[in-house]
Design a protein around this ligand. Structure first.
Ligand code: FAM
Length: 431
Protein backbone atom coordinates (compact mmCIF):
# COMPACT_ATOMS: atom_id res chain seq x y z
CA UNK A 1 0.00 0.00 0.00
CA UNK A 2 1.28 3.49 -0.85
CA UNK A 3 2.70 5.69 1.93
CA UNK A 4 -0.05 8.29 1.55
CA UNK A 5 -2.92 5.80 1.56
CA UNK A 6 -1.47 4.14 4.66
CA UNK A 7 -1.30 7.51 6.44
CA UNK A 8 -4.84 8.49 5.40
CA UNK A 9 -6.12 5.13 6.59
CA UNK A 10 -4.52 5.74 10.01
CA UNK A 11 -6.03 9.23 10.23
CA UNK A 12 -9.61 8.40 9.26
CA UNK A 13 -10.77 6.76 12.53
CA UNK A 14 -9.26 9.64 14.55
CA UNK A 15 -11.02 12.22 12.38
CA UNK A 16 -14.31 10.33 12.44
CA UNK A 17 -14.19 10.34 16.26
CA UNK A 18 -13.29 14.04 16.30
CA UNK A 19 -16.24 14.94 14.06
CA UNK A 20 -18.58 12.77 16.12
CA UNK A 21 -17.45 14.55 19.31
CA UNK A 22 -17.74 18.02 17.72
CA UNK A 23 -21.25 17.26 16.51
CA UNK A 24 -22.28 15.87 19.89
CA UNK A 25 -20.97 18.96 21.70
CA UNK A 26 -21.73 21.73 19.20
CA UNK A 27 -24.32 20.27 16.86
CA UNK A 28 -27.06 22.69 17.94
CA UNK A 29 -24.93 25.86 17.79
CA UNK A 30 -25.97 28.40 15.11
CA UNK A 31 -23.35 29.19 12.44
CA UNK A 32 -25.41 31.98 10.86
CA UNK A 33 -28.87 33.20 10.03
CA UNK A 34 -29.88 33.58 6.39
CA UNK A 35 -31.70 36.64 5.11
CA UNK A 36 -33.99 36.84 2.11
CA UNK A 37 -31.33 39.00 0.41
CA UNK A 38 -28.75 36.27 0.87
CA UNK A 39 -31.12 33.72 -0.66
CA UNK A 40 -31.44 35.92 -3.75
CA UNK A 41 -27.83 37.06 -3.58
CA UNK A 42 -25.84 33.96 -4.42
CA UNK A 43 -25.72 32.83 -0.76
CA UNK A 44 -22.82 35.22 -0.14
CA UNK A 45 -21.76 34.94 3.51
CA UNK A 46 -23.98 31.93 4.26
CA UNK A 47 -21.96 29.57 6.44
CA UNK A 48 -23.26 26.11 5.69
CA UNK A 49 -20.43 23.84 4.55
CA UNK A 50 -17.62 21.93 6.22
CA UNK A 51 -14.43 21.56 4.15
CA UNK A 52 -11.30 20.26 5.85
CA UNK A 53 -8.55 21.03 3.36
CA UNK A 54 -8.33 24.83 3.51
CA UNK A 55 -9.85 27.96 5.03
CA UNK A 56 -10.16 31.42 3.47
CA UNK A 57 -9.88 34.55 5.58
CA UNK A 58 -11.27 37.71 3.88
CA UNK A 59 -8.20 39.75 4.87
CA UNK A 60 -5.39 37.25 5.12
CA UNK A 61 -6.27 34.93 2.22
CA UNK A 62 -6.05 31.19 1.98
CA UNK A 63 -4.50 28.78 4.48
CA UNK A 64 -3.95 25.22 3.37
CA UNK A 65 -4.55 23.05 6.44
CA UNK A 66 -3.57 26.02 8.61
CA UNK A 67 -0.49 27.06 6.61
CA UNK A 68 -0.37 30.37 4.72
CA UNK A 69 1.16 30.55 1.24
CA UNK A 70 4.55 31.86 2.52
CA UNK A 71 4.55 29.18 5.25
CA UNK A 72 3.92 26.50 2.64
CA UNK A 73 6.72 27.94 0.49
CA UNK A 74 9.03 27.71 3.45
CA UNK A 75 8.02 24.34 4.88
CA UNK A 76 6.91 22.09 2.02
CA UNK A 77 9.46 19.88 0.23
CA UNK A 78 10.78 21.16 -3.10
CA UNK A 79 12.34 19.70 -6.22
CA UNK A 80 16.14 19.45 -6.26
CA UNK A 81 17.48 22.94 -7.01
CA UNK A 82 13.99 24.46 -6.81
CA UNK A 83 12.44 27.11 -4.54
CA UNK A 84 8.73 26.41 -5.06
CA UNK A 85 6.78 23.70 -3.22
CA UNK A 86 6.22 20.45 -5.08
CA UNK A 87 2.48 20.09 -5.83
CA UNK A 88 2.94 16.55 -4.50
CA UNK A 89 3.89 17.95 -1.09
CA UNK A 90 0.85 20.25 -1.10
CA UNK A 91 -1.42 17.30 -1.95
CA UNK A 92 0.04 15.34 0.95
CA UNK A 93 -0.63 18.32 3.21
CA UNK A 94 -4.22 18.68 1.95
CA UNK A 95 -4.91 14.97 2.42
CA UNK A 96 -3.33 14.53 5.84
CA UNK A 97 -2.95 17.96 7.45
CA UNK A 98 0.75 17.15 7.83
CA UNK A 99 3.86 18.52 6.14
CA UNK A 100 5.42 15.55 4.34
CA UNK A 101 9.06 14.61 4.47
CA UNK A 102 11.04 14.86 1.24
CA UNK A 103 10.77 11.07 0.89
CA UNK A 104 7.00 11.14 1.36
CA UNK A 105 6.58 13.87 -1.26
CA UNK A 106 8.83 11.96 -3.65
CA UNK A 107 6.85 8.77 -3.07
CA UNK A 108 3.88 10.61 -4.60
CA UNK A 109 5.96 11.67 -7.60
CA UNK A 110 6.82 8.03 -8.14
CA UNK A 111 3.26 6.87 -7.66
CA UNK A 112 1.74 9.47 -9.98
CA UNK A 113 4.27 8.64 -12.69
CA UNK A 114 3.39 4.95 -12.31
CA UNK A 115 -0.35 5.71 -12.65
CA UNK A 116 -0.04 8.31 -15.42
CA UNK A 117 -0.66 6.27 -18.57
CA UNK A 118 -3.87 7.09 -20.42
CA UNK A 119 -5.39 4.14 -22.33
CA UNK A 120 -4.70 4.42 -26.08
CA UNK A 121 -8.36 4.32 -27.11
CA UNK A 122 -8.99 7.35 -24.85
CA UNK A 123 -6.04 9.20 -26.40
CA UNK A 124 -7.63 8.54 -29.79
CA UNK A 125 -10.93 10.04 -28.61
CA UNK A 126 -9.10 13.14 -27.34
CA UNK A 127 -7.22 13.37 -30.65
CA UNK A 128 -10.55 13.35 -32.50
CA UNK A 129 -11.83 16.51 -30.78
CA UNK A 130 -12.08 19.46 -33.20
CA UNK A 131 -9.36 22.05 -32.62
CA UNK A 132 -12.11 24.66 -32.53
CA UNK A 133 -13.60 23.10 -29.37
CA UNK A 134 -12.68 25.20 -26.34
CA UNK A 135 -9.90 23.45 -24.38
CA UNK A 136 -12.10 23.42 -21.25
CA UNK A 137 -14.80 21.53 -23.17
CA UNK A 138 -12.12 19.12 -24.38
CA UNK A 139 -11.00 18.62 -20.78
CA UNK A 140 -14.53 17.93 -19.53
CA UNK A 141 -15.11 15.44 -22.36
CA UNK A 142 -11.74 13.72 -21.81
CA UNK A 143 -12.35 13.23 -18.08
CA UNK A 144 -15.87 12.02 -18.84
CA UNK A 145 -14.41 9.31 -21.07
CA UNK A 146 -11.71 8.43 -18.55
CA UNK A 147 -14.57 7.71 -16.14
CA UNK A 148 -14.95 4.26 -17.71
CA UNK A 149 -12.03 3.22 -15.46
CA UNK A 150 -13.69 4.41 -12.24
CA UNK A 151 -12.99 1.98 -9.42
CA UNK A 152 -15.57 3.71 -7.22
CA UNK A 153 -18.34 3.19 -9.81
CA UNK A 154 -17.37 -0.47 -10.13
CA UNK A 155 -17.16 -1.03 -6.37
CA UNK A 156 -20.56 0.62 -5.88
CA UNK A 157 -22.10 -1.54 -8.60
CA UNK A 158 -20.57 -4.58 -6.87
CA UNK A 159 -22.29 -3.60 -3.60
CA UNK A 160 -19.36 -2.25 -1.57
CA UNK A 161 -20.07 -1.34 2.09
CA UNK A 162 -20.41 2.43 2.66
CA UNK A 163 -17.53 2.40 5.19
CA UNK A 164 -15.25 1.57 2.27
CA UNK A 165 -16.40 4.28 -0.16
CA UNK A 166 -13.35 6.38 0.61
CA UNK A 167 -10.92 3.69 -0.55
CA UNK A 168 -11.94 3.67 -4.23
CA UNK A 169 -12.58 7.44 -4.09
CA UNK A 170 -8.95 7.80 -3.03
CA UNK A 171 -7.75 5.43 -5.78
CA UNK A 172 -9.82 7.17 -8.49
CA UNK A 173 -8.55 10.56 -7.29
CA UNK A 174 -4.94 9.42 -7.41
CA UNK A 175 -5.40 7.90 -10.88
CA UNK A 176 -7.14 10.98 -12.23
CA UNK A 177 -4.55 13.40 -10.81
CA UNK A 178 -1.74 11.20 -12.16
CA UNK A 179 -3.24 11.22 -15.66
CA UNK A 180 -4.06 14.93 -15.82
CA UNK A 181 -0.61 16.09 -17.07
CA UNK A 182 -0.92 13.67 -20.03
CA UNK A 183 -4.49 14.76 -20.75
CA UNK A 184 -4.06 18.50 -20.31
CA UNK A 185 -0.86 18.65 -22.34
CA UNK A 186 -2.35 16.45 -25.07
CA UNK A 187 -5.23 18.95 -25.42
CA UNK A 188 -2.68 21.77 -25.69
CA UNK A 189 -0.43 20.05 -28.23
CA UNK A 190 -3.43 18.91 -30.31
CA UNK A 191 -5.05 22.33 -30.35
CA UNK A 192 -2.00 24.51 -30.98
CA UNK A 193 0.85 22.23 -32.16
CA UNK A 194 -0.72 19.93 -34.77
CA UNK A 195 -0.99 16.98 -32.43
CA UNK A 196 2.77 16.86 -31.82
CA UNK A 197 2.33 15.27 -28.38
CA UNK A 198 5.31 15.15 -25.99
CA UNK A 199 5.81 12.06 -23.82
CA UNK A 200 6.15 12.51 -20.06
CA UNK A 201 9.78 12.82 -18.94
CA UNK A 202 8.84 11.05 -15.68
CA UNK A 203 9.91 13.94 -13.44
CA UNK A 204 7.75 15.58 -10.76
CA UNK A 205 4.11 16.47 -11.54
CA UNK A 206 4.71 20.20 -12.19
CA UNK A 207 7.86 19.59 -14.23
CA UNK A 208 6.05 16.97 -16.32
CA UNK A 209 3.30 19.47 -17.15
CA UNK A 210 5.85 22.11 -18.22
CA UNK A 211 7.84 19.61 -20.29
CA UNK A 212 4.77 18.15 -21.97
CA UNK A 213 3.51 21.59 -22.93
CA UNK A 214 6.89 22.06 -24.63
CA UNK A 215 9.01 23.85 -21.99
CA UNK A 216 12.20 22.32 -20.72
CA UNK A 217 13.73 25.19 -18.76
CA UNK A 218 14.20 25.13 -14.99
CA UNK A 219 12.32 28.45 -14.75
CA UNK A 220 9.13 27.24 -16.46
CA UNK A 221 9.18 24.04 -14.38
CA UNK A 222 9.38 26.22 -11.27
CA UNK A 223 6.55 28.40 -12.56
CA UNK A 224 4.41 25.32 -13.18
CA UNK A 225 5.10 23.97 -9.66
CA UNK A 226 4.13 27.36 -8.23
CA UNK A 227 1.05 27.66 -10.44
CA UNK A 228 -0.15 24.16 -9.52
CA UNK A 229 0.43 24.84 -5.82
CA UNK A 230 -1.35 28.22 -5.81
CA UNK A 231 -4.52 27.30 -7.72
CA UNK A 232 -5.20 24.02 -5.93
CA UNK A 233 -7.72 24.89 -3.24
CA UNK A 234 -9.75 27.85 -1.95
CA UNK A 235 -11.98 26.36 0.76
CA UNK A 236 -15.35 24.78 -0.01
CA UNK A 237 -17.74 27.49 -1.18
CA UNK A 238 -16.11 28.57 -4.45
CA UNK A 239 -18.00 27.32 -7.49
CA UNK A 240 -15.57 24.59 -8.62
CA UNK A 241 -15.05 23.13 -5.14
CA UNK A 242 -18.72 23.39 -4.29
CA UNK A 243 -19.82 21.84 -7.60
CA UNK A 244 -17.44 18.88 -7.13
CA UNK A 245 -18.67 18.41 -3.56
CA UNK A 246 -22.35 18.74 -4.52
CA UNK A 247 -22.17 16.24 -7.37
CA UNK A 248 -19.94 13.99 -5.27
CA UNK A 249 -22.56 14.00 -2.53
CA UNK A 250 -24.86 12.02 -4.85
CA UNK A 251 -22.14 9.31 -4.86
CA UNK A 252 -21.31 10.16 -8.44
CA UNK A 253 -17.74 8.90 -8.91
CA UNK A 254 -14.68 11.18 -8.66
CA UNK A 255 -14.30 11.55 -12.45
CA UNK A 256 -17.87 12.75 -12.97
CA UNK A 257 -17.80 14.83 -9.78
CA UNK A 258 -14.64 16.56 -10.95
CA UNK A 259 -16.12 17.36 -14.39
CA UNK A 260 -18.76 19.37 -12.50
CA UNK A 261 -15.93 21.35 -10.88
CA UNK A 262 -14.26 21.86 -14.25
CA UNK A 263 -17.44 23.16 -15.89
CA UNK A 264 -17.90 25.58 -12.97
CA UNK A 265 -14.32 26.74 -13.39
CA UNK A 266 -15.00 27.38 -17.09
CA UNK A 267 -17.24 30.38 -16.26
CA UNK A 268 -15.74 33.87 -16.77
CA UNK A 269 -16.60 34.99 -13.23
CA UNK A 270 -14.54 32.06 -11.88
CA UNK A 271 -11.54 30.31 -13.47
CA UNK A 272 -12.05 31.57 -17.01
CA UNK A 273 -11.18 35.02 -15.65
CA UNK A 274 -7.50 34.19 -16.32
CA UNK A 275 -8.29 33.96 -20.04
CA UNK A 276 -10.41 37.10 -19.86
CA UNK A 277 -7.64 39.09 -18.16
CA UNK A 278 -5.15 38.33 -20.91
CA UNK A 279 -7.67 39.18 -23.63
CA UNK A 280 -8.54 42.40 -21.87
CA UNK A 281 -4.85 43.36 -21.55
CA UNK A 282 -4.27 42.64 -25.24
CA UNK A 283 -7.27 44.73 -26.27
CA UNK A 284 -6.03 47.57 -24.05
CA UNK A 285 -2.59 47.40 -25.68
CA UNK A 286 -4.13 47.39 -29.17
CA UNK A 287 -6.54 50.20 -28.45
CA UNK A 288 -4.04 52.51 -26.79
CA UNK A 289 -1.49 51.82 -29.53
CA UNK A 290 1.12 49.78 -27.62
CA UNK A 291 3.10 49.97 -24.37
CA UNK A 292 3.94 51.88 -22.25
CA UNK A 293 0.58 53.52 -21.72
CA UNK A 294 -0.13 56.60 -19.62
CA UNK A 295 -2.14 56.36 -16.40
CA UNK A 296 -4.72 58.73 -17.93
CA UNK A 297 -5.37 56.53 -20.98
CA UNK A 298 -5.51 53.40 -18.86
CA UNK A 299 -7.96 55.01 -16.43
CA UNK A 300 -10.14 56.00 -19.38
CA UNK A 301 -10.09 52.40 -20.64
CA UNK A 302 -11.02 50.98 -17.22
CA UNK A 303 -14.02 53.34 -17.06
CA UNK A 304 -15.01 52.43 -20.64
CA UNK A 305 -15.12 48.78 -19.60
CA UNK A 306 -17.25 49.55 -16.55
CA UNK A 307 -19.55 51.94 -18.40
CA UNK A 308 -20.21 49.33 -21.07
CA UNK A 309 -21.65 47.01 -18.41
CA UNK A 310 -18.68 44.63 -18.21
CA UNK A 311 -16.52 43.58 -15.28
CA UNK A 312 -12.82 44.38 -14.98
CA UNK A 313 -11.47 40.82 -14.98
CA UNK A 314 -8.95 39.85 -12.30
CA UNK A 315 -10.38 42.25 -9.71
CA UNK A 316 -12.95 41.76 -6.97
CA UNK A 317 -13.82 38.65 -5.01
CA UNK A 318 -16.80 37.07 -3.30
CA UNK A 319 -14.88 36.59 -0.02
CA UNK A 320 -11.48 38.31 -0.15
CA UNK A 321 -11.37 41.96 0.87
CA UNK A 322 -7.66 42.65 0.30
CA UNK A 323 -5.16 41.68 -2.39
CA UNK A 324 -5.17 37.95 -2.93
CA UNK A 325 -1.89 36.50 -1.55
CA UNK A 326 -1.91 34.26 -4.64
CA UNK A 327 -1.58 37.49 -6.66
CA UNK A 328 1.23 38.74 -4.44
CA UNK A 329 3.08 35.45 -4.69
CA UNK A 330 2.93 35.52 -8.49
CA UNK A 331 4.12 39.12 -8.40
CA UNK A 332 7.14 38.01 -6.39
CA UNK A 333 7.90 35.35 -8.99
CA UNK A 334 7.66 37.99 -11.73
CA UNK A 335 9.91 40.42 -9.83
CA UNK A 336 12.50 37.67 -9.53
CA UNK A 337 12.34 36.30 -13.08
CA UNK A 338 10.92 38.96 -15.41
CA UNK A 339 11.01 42.43 -13.79
CA UNK A 340 11.39 44.20 -17.13
CA UNK A 341 8.61 42.39 -18.99
CA UNK A 342 6.34 45.12 -20.47
CA UNK A 343 3.12 43.19 -19.76
CA UNK A 344 4.19 42.58 -16.17
CA UNK A 345 4.73 46.34 -15.88
CA UNK A 346 1.20 46.87 -17.25
CA UNK A 347 -0.19 44.45 -14.63
CA UNK A 348 1.63 46.43 -11.92
CA UNK A 349 0.29 49.71 -13.30
CA UNK A 350 -3.27 48.33 -13.32
CA UNK A 351 -2.78 47.17 -9.76
CA UNK A 352 -2.27 50.84 -8.82
CA UNK A 353 -5.18 52.15 -10.91
CA UNK A 354 -8.03 49.61 -10.77
CA UNK A 355 -8.67 49.22 -7.00
CA UNK A 356 -9.37 52.92 -6.26
CA UNK A 357 -11.73 53.08 -9.25
CA UNK A 358 -13.65 49.97 -8.25
CA UNK A 359 -13.88 50.98 -4.60
CA UNK A 360 -15.26 54.35 -5.67
CA UNK A 361 -18.35 52.44 -6.90
CA UNK A 362 -20.48 51.81 -3.80
CA UNK A 363 -21.98 48.46 -4.87
CA UNK A 364 -18.55 46.80 -5.38
CA UNK A 365 -17.38 45.18 -2.14
CA UNK A 366 -13.75 44.68 -3.09
CA UNK A 367 -11.58 46.32 -5.71
CA UNK A 368 -8.55 44.20 -4.87
CA UNK A 369 -6.59 42.03 -7.31
CA UNK A 370 -7.41 38.34 -7.39
CA UNK A 371 -5.35 35.33 -8.54
CA UNK A 372 -6.35 35.73 -12.18
CA UNK A 373 -5.03 39.28 -12.54
CA UNK A 374 -1.51 37.90 -12.80
CA UNK A 375 -1.23 34.33 -14.00
CA UNK A 376 -1.65 34.89 -17.75
CA UNK A 377 1.19 37.38 -17.93
CA UNK A 378 3.60 34.88 -16.38
CA UNK A 379 2.62 32.25 -18.94
CA UNK A 380 2.79 34.75 -21.81
CA UNK A 381 6.30 35.77 -20.79
CA UNK A 382 7.54 32.25 -21.53
CA UNK A 383 5.63 32.02 -24.83
CA UNK A 384 2.42 30.33 -23.70
CA UNK A 385 0.20 32.92 -25.32
CA UNK A 386 -2.84 30.77 -26.12
CA UNK A 387 -5.13 32.38 -23.57
CA UNK A 388 -8.11 30.08 -24.05
CA UNK A 389 -5.92 27.27 -22.69
CA UNK A 390 -5.15 28.98 -19.38
CA UNK A 391 -8.15 27.69 -17.46
CA UNK A 392 -7.14 24.09 -18.25
CA UNK A 393 -4.04 24.70 -16.12
CA UNK A 394 -6.23 26.13 -13.35
CA UNK A 395 -8.45 23.04 -13.53
CA UNK A 396 -5.48 20.67 -13.49
CA UNK A 397 -4.31 22.30 -10.28
CA UNK A 398 -7.81 22.48 -8.77
CA UNK A 399 -8.03 18.67 -8.97
CA UNK A 400 -5.58 18.49 -6.04
CA UNK A 401 -7.85 20.35 -3.64
CA UNK A 402 -11.29 19.18 -4.66
CA UNK A 403 -10.33 15.51 -4.93
CA UNK A 404 -8.59 15.56 -1.54
CA UNK A 405 -11.82 17.06 -0.16
CA UNK A 406 -13.99 14.49 -1.91
CA UNK A 407 -11.95 11.67 -0.37
CA UNK A 408 -12.58 13.16 3.07
CA UNK A 409 -16.28 13.71 2.27
CA UNK A 410 -16.52 9.95 1.73
CA UNK A 411 -14.35 9.05 4.73
CA UNK A 412 -16.58 11.17 6.98
CA UNK A 413 -19.76 9.86 5.38
CA UNK A 414 -21.06 13.33 4.46
CA UNK A 415 -24.61 13.00 3.14
CA UNK A 416 -26.38 14.07 -0.03
CA UNK A 417 -26.42 17.88 -0.19
CA UNK A 418 -29.92 19.25 -0.58
CA UNK A 419 -30.63 22.80 0.67
CA UNK A 420 -34.19 24.10 0.73
CA UNK A 421 -35.42 26.70 -1.76
CA UNK A 422 -38.47 28.97 -1.76
CA UNK A 423 -40.43 30.78 -4.46
CA UNK A 424 -40.86 34.57 -4.51
CA UNK A 425 -44.56 33.90 -4.00
CA UNK A 426 -43.80 31.96 -0.81
CA UNK A 427 -41.52 34.73 0.48
CA UNK A 428 -44.17 37.42 -0.24
CA UNK A 429 -46.84 35.46 1.61
CA UNK A 430 -44.85 34.12 4.54
CA UNK A 431 -42.08 36.54 5.56
N1 FAM B 1 -15.64 44.84 -12.25
C1 FAM B 1 -16.87 45.39 -12.37
N2 FAM B 1 -17.87 45.17 -11.53
C2 FAM B 1 -17.62 44.38 -10.47
C3 FAM B 1 -16.37 43.82 -10.24
C4 FAM B 1 -15.35 44.06 -11.20
N3 FAM B 1 -14.14 43.50 -11.11
N4 FAM B 1 -16.41 43.09 -9.11
C5 FAM B 1 -17.67 43.20 -8.63
N5 FAM B 1 -18.41 43.98 -9.46
C6 FAM B 1 -19.83 44.26 -9.38
C7 FAM B 1 -20.62 42.97 -9.51
O1 FAM B 1 -20.73 42.57 -10.89
C8 FAM B 1 -21.92 43.32 -8.86
O2 FAM B 1 -22.67 44.08 -9.78
P1 FAM B 1 -24.28 43.91 -9.91
O3 FAM B 1 -24.83 44.14 -8.52
O4 FAM B 1 -24.68 44.92 -10.91
O5 FAM B 1 -24.50 42.48 -10.36
C9 FAM B 1 -21.46 44.25 -7.73
O6 FAM B 1 -20.19 44.75 -8.11
C10 FAM B 1 -21.38 43.59 -6.39
O7 FAM B 1 -20.45 42.53 -6.48
P2 FAM B 1 -19.59 42.08 -5.20
O8 FAM B 1 -20.55 41.76 -4.10
O9 FAM B 1 -18.52 43.05 -4.93
O10 FAM B 1 -18.89 40.77 -5.75
P3 FAM B 1 -19.52 39.33 -5.99
O11 FAM B 1 -19.24 38.49 -4.81
O12 FAM B 1 -20.92 39.43 -6.47
O13 FAM B 1 -18.65 38.84 -7.24
C11 FAM B 1 -16.73 38.35 -8.53
C12 FAM B 1 -17.32 38.41 -7.12
C13 FAM B 1 -15.37 37.69 -8.46
C14 FAM B 1 -17.66 37.49 -9.41
C15 FAM B 1 -16.64 39.79 -9.10
O14 FAM B 1 -15.77 40.55 -8.29
C16 FAM B 1 -16.17 39.82 -10.54
O15 FAM B 1 -17.01 39.66 -11.45
N6 FAM B 1 -14.83 40.03 -10.79
C17 FAM B 1 -14.30 40.00 -12.13
C18 FAM B 1 -14.20 38.57 -12.64
C19 FAM B 1 -13.08 37.84 -11.93
O16 FAM B 1 -11.96 38.33 -11.83
N7 FAM B 1 -13.39 36.62 -11.47
C20 FAM B 1 -12.38 35.74 -10.86
C21 FAM B 1 -12.55 35.56 -9.37
C22 FAM B 1 -11.43 34.64 -8.96
F1 FAM B 1 -10.99 34.83 -7.76
C23 FAM B 1 -11.73 33.22 -9.27
O17 FAM B 1 -12.76 32.66 -8.94
N8 FAM B 1 -10.85 32.60 -9.98
Amino acid sequence: MSLLRKRVEELIPEKQEEVKAVRAEKGDKVLCEVTVDQAYGGMRGVKSLVTETSLLDPHEGIRFRGLSIPECQEQLPKAAGGDEPLPESLFWLLMTGEVPTQAEAESLTEEWNARSEVPEHINKIIDSFPKTLHPMSQLVAAIGVLQEGSLFAKAYADGVHKSKYWETTYEDSMNLIAKLPNISSRIYRNTYHNGDVIASPGEDWGANIAAQLGYDSHEVKELMRLYMFLHSDHEGGNASAHATHLVGSTLSDPYLSFTAGVTALAGPLHGLANQEVLRWLNVVIDEVGGLPVSDEKLTEYIWDTLNSGRVVPGYGHAVLRTDDPRYTCQQQFALKHMPEDPKFKLVKQLHELVPPILTSIPKIKSGAANVDAHSGVLLTHYGLTEDNYYTVLFATSRALGVLASLTWDRALGLPLERPKSYTTEWIKNNM
